[in-house]
Design a protein around this ligand. Structure first.
Ligand SMILES: Nc1ncnc2c1ncn2[C@@H]1O[C@H](COP(=O)(O)OP(=O)(O)OP(=O)(O)O)[C@@H](O)[C@H]1O
Ligand SMILES: [Mg+2]
Length: 308
């Protein structure tokens, strides 16, 4: 499929010397939905702002729709819709005027039908003539989304679109993303809600300390999520694991007080009884037994911790 965003060796060092992006290389295909996860200060907003031409890169290059974001700024900017993380709206304007004006900024002719459709899609139609300052926080966020869509962009960036919004708006947003996907719009969103990434993304990227730690298909990440573990707590700590048990796939825990066996949750019949029997034959006293399943959240936390 056609590449819509191509990021090559992108670096950003802010004026104070802080390196916010460290050699990021990433492609996003047309019509794909990529979710970027990462802790506070990871560099997610810096990355999005750079692609949108708001922050200047210090190294590397980026193209959107085949156009260079610096040399062909106007072309790339008109392909892009951005919903920023910070709420910024013009308090005294009305949603109707705000959206009409926004299209004008991209040099597009007036189109009341599109303004109407976007306002209705985001459940803001009955507020079209209200002053923006009288809207609630969630409505203002909807308006920012409307504003990003009114010039019919091919690429949409959503920087934490659902931070602090209610369940209703979150689900509206997910539905909207689905609808845009069907229209072939490419979407990059950042989120702190892992279930949000699970719900709507095709691929998941993890950023920490300005580095892209991983980009992976959601399905294959989910398969990794399917890992389960059997943890056998021992009566006494072990110096090393008996060979018979390590041959079966058991590992010794860091504190030497348990042995752990990992298996795939969808694997056909894992012989737990047989495994426990081997533990007993090896002469180990068992204190307790647990099974647990690793979540995407744990995978994410492990990744970010390992990178520090
Ligand atoms: N103008 C600036 N000058 C210096 N440092 C900056 C500037 N803007 C951002 N930073 C730093 O760059 C790092 C990345 O910030 P960024 O806003 O990209 O993080 P983020 O991943 O979006 O975080 P969050 O999840 O909190 O939104 C942070 O350490 C931040 O303090
Ligand atoms: Mg941010």
């Amino acid at each position: 499929m056609k590449k819509m965003i191509e990021i090559n060796n992108l670096g950003k060092q802010y004026a104070n010397g802080f390196v916010a992006l460290d050699n990021i290389t990433l492609n996003v295909k047309k019509g794909e939905i990529l979710a970027l996860l990462g802790p506070n200060g990871a560099g997610k907003t810096t990355l999005i702002s750079t692609i949108c031409g708001i922050v200047n890169p210090t190294s590397g290059n980026v193209t959107v729709g085949g156009f260079d974001i610096i040399k062909n700024y106007r072309q790339t900017r008109s392909l892009i819709g951005l919903v920023p993380q910070e709420l910024t709206t013009d308090a005294f304007e009305t949603p109707w005027n705000n959206l009409t004006f926004s299209r004008g900024l991209f040099g597009l002719p007036k189109n009341p039908q599109i303004v109407e459709r976007v306002l209705k899609d985001l459940s803001l139609w009955d507020k079209k003539d209200a002053r923006i300052m009288t809207l609630s926080g969630g409505m203002k966020r909807r308006l920012l989304i409307a504003k990003a869509l009114v010039h019919e962009p091919q690429v949409l960036f959503l920087d934490e679109p659902t931070a602090g919004v209610d369940v209703g708006l979150r689900q509206d947003m997910w539905r909207m993303v689905d609808k845009l996907r069907n229209q072939g719009v490419t979407i990059v969103l950042t989120t702190h809600y892992i279930e949000e990434a699970e719900a709507i993304a095709d691929r998941i990227g993890v950023i920490s300390g300005g580095k892209l730690l991983l980009v992976e298909d959601k399905q294959s990440l989910m398969a990794r999520m399917g890992q389960k573990q059997l943890k056998v707590e021992l009566m006494e700590s072990l110096d090393s694991i008996p060979a018979v048990l390590s041959e079966q796939g058991f590992l010794l825990s860091e504190d030497h007080l348990s042995i752990i066996y990992h298996y795939d949750k969808d694997a056909p019949e894992v012989d737990i009884a047989g495994l426990l029997q081997s533990v007993s034959i090896a002469g180990l006293g068992v204190k307790d037994i647990h099974t647990q399943q690793s979540s995407l959240e744990e995978i994410f936390v492990d990744l970010v911790e390992d990178a520090v």
